[in-house]
Design a protein around this ligand. Structure first.
Ligand SMILES: Cc1ncc(COP(=O)(O)O)c(C=O)c1O
Length: 376
């Protein structure tokens, strides 16, 4: 949703320069021989797949990764011509769309590969596929040996090209990298076995954001990077070996203010009672706007650069802040839930910690119903 001049005063602000900066820095770390795939699934981690993709493709990324076929089609429809990989084999039954929109597709199943091959042949086209090795995630894909057997079978299919092979780290955001190195060695083993079987696959892709930050041995010739592009470190345990700037801020304006007595209950179920005469600000930001309900009585926001507590349960469309300690607060003042204000900052990780979750969960849902303002 784009912001309209009559929009409700709550919005997600996206700094396009920060996205470009992050992308350039990541690409610089990868070097010229490693291709950067920008992962823009979940609507660009919640901040706009189309806008983010355009910035990433101008600043060092050469391909895009999405989760579902509709996400890829949305990008094709705005004229994006770069390779787009559907990183999960979930387009089963929708192979026509994969071929029609010239998408690259992860395959883990013979029937799926056969369907892609058949449809591509009928359309005088080539279906580009990626194999997926399960190196330790326990999700999609096969063991190294099974991957090679699968590759042998599908490499005989007409109009189908095995363009890439990938795996996904399960724990590279943890400080202890022992398991990640085991995953890396399984990936290497698969490449060796493929080599012995004389199956040549151009793209080799393992590193995610954590891999890019902490495990240079995992670069091969493509990295698939998501959260870091948006300016967020995947975890607080990663080494910040690349400088990135947060690109998204969540903001609103105070829409109502009132003074209440001590012991006044606030919001549904009266889970909070004021313990002094207080000034309460009502703000148009609710859980339906992607501000996590678990932040009820735990979240904080910035008003005039000061951290103020969120009190009571978060409602669907509104929440209440105790602004007693911000004497100049008035209706129309800006409230920052994520971002900076007068030199103070609330990061996505802060919010994740208060809500008892992680940054990925916060960013991908943040501003769900809100207009987005893209700052150039
Ligand atoms: C298969 C795959 N590759 C790459 C990524 C990007 O990961 P990150 O956001 O940690 O860079 C994801 C994210 O979930 C993924 O599932």
């Amino acid at each position: 949703m784009k912001a309209h001049k009559f929009s409700r005063p709550a919005w997600l602000e996206v700094d396009l320069k920060a996205l470009a900066y992050n992308c350039r820095n990541i690409k610089q770390k990868l070097g010229k021989n490693v291709e950067l795939m920008a992962v823009v699934k979940a609507d660009g981690y919640g901040i706009g797949a189309v806008e983010c993709s355009k910035v990433f493709l101008k600043n060092g990324a050469t391909s895009l990764g999405v989760a579902i076929v509709e996400e890829a089609i949305q990008l094709r429809k705005v004229g994006i011509k770069s390779p787009i990989l559907i990183i999960y084999p979930e387009a089963v039954g929708r192979e026509e769309l994969v071929v029609k929109y010239k998408l690259d597709q992860v395959v883990c199943e013979l029937k799926f590969a056969q369907n892609l091959s058949r449809i591509a042949k009928r359309n005088k086209n080539i279906a580009n596929v990626f194999l997926k090795v399960d190196t330790g995630m326990g999700r999609y894909g096969f063991t190294p040996e099974e991957t090679v057997e699968f590759a042998k079978r599908i490499s005989k299919l007409p109009n189908l090209k095995i363009k890439g092979i990938m795996s996904h780290f399960s724990s590279a955001f943890m400080k202890d990298k022992t398991y990640s190195y085991e995953e890396l060695s399984k990936f290497r083993k698969t490449l060796q076995l493929l080599n012995q079987a004389k199956i040549d696959i151009p793209i080799k892709s393992l590193a995610n954001s954590s891999g890019v930050l902490d495990i240079p041995e995992s670069y091969f010739n493509q990295a698939r990077v998501g959260i870091l592009l948006y300016g967020i470190y995947p975890s607080l345990e990663n080494e910040p070996t690349i400088m990135v700037k947060p690109a998204a801020s969540l903001k609103a304006k105070i829409s109502f203010l009132k003074k209440v007595f001590s012991s006044t209950p606030i919001s549904y179920m009266r889970t909070f009672h004021t313990n002094r005469e207080s000034v309460i600000a009502t703000v148009p930001m609710g859980y339906c706007d992607g501000y996590n309900f678990f932040l009820s009585n735990k979240g904080k926001a910035l008003v005039h650069g000061k951290l103020v507590p969120l009190i009571g349960r978060i409602c669907m469309d509104t929440l209440m802040l105790d602004v007693t300690d911000v004497p100049d607060a008035k209706i129309g003042d800006e409230v920052v839930f994520v971002g900076t204000q007068n030199g103070s900052e609330i990061s996505v990780w802060d919010v994740g910690e208060w809500a008892g979750t992680m940054a990925y969960d916060i960013i991908t849902r943040m501003g769900k119903r809100l207009p987005r303002i893209y700052k150039k």
